[in-house]
Write a protein that binds this ligand. Structure first.
Ligand code: SF4
Length: 377
């Protein structure tokens, strides 16, 4: 069975009616339970459950410390290319956007890597726009070869691949895959992805599973909150993580909770379907932690400094730091035409984030994994 069949099953489910019937005593009972089923998770995403954020937060804190300790793991994104074959209505890299397109040369990759490594970070997420022709697997493998000298973990956030292609990148030294479904609502998905290979909803939906099958050590999924009804997208994201955790026991599954942000460029500003406020984002995070106690939760620099500071202790386990969302953002810092994919709100340096985490009584972690090179004779 693929996850698509589960999506189909819940598509028919009368979610609004279910949420309308959630009672106070039901929410209290769910919070007190040791294990939650999928309908319990759905109930914790209801408006009724918004009145129970405090007890949910206490339990989320306890479960997070139990499963992860008092640590926040740090990583940073590195953009290799902004060429894109798709027209996503909500993104600055859309093929429709008139902007300078760039791809790092291998020597620029090395230069950028050196600058990032000097901050102490050892885990990196490499990103490209979704263009197979401009950023082919062969190019990515060359980049990974260089990056391996500086980093102990290399994750990718690129166009979805076939299992065999993921395997080639795993063999080259990639150990993590991030891929967002953007929205699990197939109709909205079709509407906001105007043109390009990304219109294939199902191929993207199954990509995390293909990555897990290809030997990725970690797989990170998410929905871009605001594209569709956030409560429904939150539910499907949790369901997807649950499905992957149960099927790929040796793969570390995490969830990101990105909210839509504005972007620079010539294409019309996208109007989100809904605005997800801070309280709602916290509700999603807490419900997810109660449903999946072992799932990693990532909050990126899309979020404001105050918000990021205040959610430490509530379930988050991973944060990006010192982020730039432009190609070669560090080597080109301050130069014209250094156009980002979207605006970030937390612009603090890696050392500032490190200090903030320590001040909260948590340990910032720069490296928690190192690959062992096995010689095949
Ligand atoms: S979201 Fe990804 S695929 Fe869509 S336009 Fe932006 S970079 Fe391209």
């Amino acid at each position: 069975m693929s996850f698509y069949e589960l999506v189909q099953k819940y598509r028919e489910f009368p979610v609004e009616e279910f949420w309308g019937k959630v009672t106070d005593s039901q929410v209290e009972k769910i919070i007190a339970q040791d294990r939650l089923n999928t309908l319990d998770f759905l109930a914790l995403l209801s408006e009724k459950a918004q009145n129970y954020l405090e007890p949910m937060a206490q339990k989320a804190h306890r479960l997070t410390v139990q499963n992860f300790g008092k640590v926040i793991f740090l990583y940073t994104p590195m953009y290799l290319s902004n060429y894109c074959a798709n027209q996503c209505a909500y993104c600055g890299f859309s093929a429709l956007n008139r902007m300078p397109r760039k791809k790092l040369s291998l020597s620029q990759v090395e230069e950028e890597a050196r600058l990032i490594a000097a901050t102490g970070l050892r885990h990196i997420l490499i990103l490209t726009g979704e263009s197979r022709s401009k950023a082919p697997i062969s190019y990515l493998k060359e980049c990974v070869k260089i990056l391996k000298k500086y980093f102990s973990s290399i994750s990718i956030e690129i166009y979805p691949l076939e299992t065999e292609e993921y395997r080639q990148l795993v063999d080259a030294g990639v150990d993590g895959l991030t891929i967002y479904q953007e929205t699990y609502d197939e109709l909205i998905y079709d509407r906001v992805h105007l043109k390009g290979p990304k219109k294939n909803y199902r191929f993207r939906l199954d990509a995390p599973e293909r990555g897990a099958r290809a030997g990725m050590r970690s797989v990170n999924i998410g929905a871009l909150l605001g594209l569709g009804d956030w409560r429904k997208d939150a539910f499907f994201t949790g369901l997807h993580a649950h499905y992957l955790q149960n099927k790929y026991l040796d793969v570390e599954i995490s969830v990101s909770l990105p909210r839509l942000r504005s972007y620079p460029g010539t294409i019309k500003e996208f109007k989100p379907y809904c605005q997800v406020n801070d309280k709602e984002l916290v509700q999603f995070m807490l419900a997810l932690r109660l449903f999946l106690p072992r799932c990693g939760i990532t909050i990126s620099t899309r979020e404001a400094p105050d918000f990021r500071d205040n959610i430490i202790g509530l379930g988050v386990t991973k944060m990006s730091a010192g982020s730039v969302t432009a190609v070669g953002g560090r080597i080109n810092r301050g130069k014209e035409n250094n156009i980002p994919q979207f605006d970030i709100l937390d612009e603090r340096s890696v050392s500032e984030i490190r200090e903030m985490i320590l001040s909260k009584g948590y340990q910032p972690v720069f490296k928690d994994w190192h690959p062992i090179e096995v010689e095949v004779s």
